[in-house]
Design a protein around this ligand. Structure first.
Ligand code: ZN
Ligand code: ZN
Length: 345
């Protein structure tokens, strides 16, 4: 079969590799219908995630159809359409029992990381009973791909960890797909101010269409000054960091109000300076982490009902065979006005 493989820092290939087979009784083999490329895949390709070894198939998002199941699988059968979670979870280890699926003793983020992922014609899903979700009949299957990673990540690690409440002032630093997912799902709680900060004019326009009350272009405005202006000098109740660099974390710690929260969502490759000498007295909460995907069934209902229109995050569509071209587009997101690219077969 064909698959997008990591070939060491800066290198990838659309390779011919062996089709996966059932290895453990709890496995399922899924034929991919739709997958996508994540910012994390670009981090891997840069060499930022050294535990990914040469030859690994990238990708941790997708919707597909079950091709085969191991003898222990009870929830799925061949022919079922399924959503693949970016988090694999056994459902029975101590961390899974407390819904910390991202830290499953035999799972967590492994797809396209420590085992072969979803940017392929077929993928092997370990612990399939707990790591796949049935696709509701009549669902927009492309839109559901947004539930593999970005919607639960923006919601759980941004909105829920940041404790967004009605009437809150919220700033999201970073208008990429996960920042947009936080923007869409923060609106469940009716914040009064929903400010998006970025340096990409197109993404800021999109954020406004998606419900941001204010946008700040860091190329022309001082984000910190503008946020204090918008909050009458108080700062924000919730600052969501959705970039993963020191400057954006610094914006968050500069603008959080006393009693507020900083929710870090960004994947950081370098250390940041934590200004505890200013923050220690401010009664703030700082949270960070990897998505557990325990809100996926709830989010699926909001997408199904139209409360969240996940399909509007999709800007480009390609055949799976044209994945190298899709990487080109996603890698030049600003120029191409790309948010999420969908690959289908
Ligand atoms: Zn991802
Ligand atoms: Zn587990």
């Amino acid at each position: 079969m064909k698959a997008l493989t990591y070939q060491g820092p800066g290198a990838k290939a659309w390779s011919d590799i062996a089709k996966p087979v059932i290895d453990k009784p709890t496995d399922a083999i899924v034929r991919i219908l739709h997958t996508t490329i994540c910012g994390t895949d670009l981090h891997i390709l840069k060499g930022d995630v050294p535990e990914v070894t040469k030859g690994t198939v990238l990708g941790h998002e997708g919707v597909g159809v079950v091709e085969a199941v191991g003898p222990a699988i009870r929830n799925f059968k061949p022919g079922d359409h399924v959503l693949i979670s970016c988090i694999t979870s056994c459902g029975s280890c101590p961390n899974c029992r407390r819904q910390m699926y991202s830290h499953c003793a035999d799972g967590g983020w492994i797809l396209g990381h420590t085992i072969d992922g979803t940017q392929a014609e077929y993928v092997r899903i370990p612990h399939a009973d707990n790591s796949l979700y049935p696709v509701p009949a009549g669902a927009d299957e492309e839109a559901l791909v947004m539930l593999s990673d970005i919607l639960p990540t923006g919601f759980e690690i941004g909105v829920l960890a940041g404790k967004v409440k009605p009437g809150d002032s919220v700033v999201i630093v970073g208008a990429g797909p996960v920042g947009m997912a936080a923007l869409l799902t923060a609106q469940f709680y009716s914040p009064a101010l929903l400010i998006m900060v970025d340096g990409d004019t197109n993404r800021l326009e999109v954020a406004q269409r998606f419900g941001a009350t204010h946008v700040i272009d860091i190329n022309t405005q001082n984000a910190v000054e503008r946020i204090f202006e918008l909050t009458q000098g108080v700062g924000v109740d919730v600052a969501i960091e959705a970039v993963g660099i020191a400057a954006s974390f610094d914006t968050c710690q500069s603008v959080v109000a006393p009693g507020g929260s900083i929710a870090n969502v960004g994947v950081h490759g370098k250390s940041v300076e934590l200004h505890l000498e200013k923050l220690w007295i401010q009664n703030v909460t700082i949270s960070t982490g990897l998505v557990n995907t325990n809100t996926t069934p709830m989010l699926m209902k909001t997408v199904q009902s139209g409360k969240v229109d996940a399909s509007k995050l999709i800007t480009h569509r390609f055949a799976l065979n044209d994945i190298l071209q899709a990487y080109e587009v996603f890698g030049n997101a600003a120029k191409e006005k790309a948010m999420k690219v969908i690959l289908s077969q």
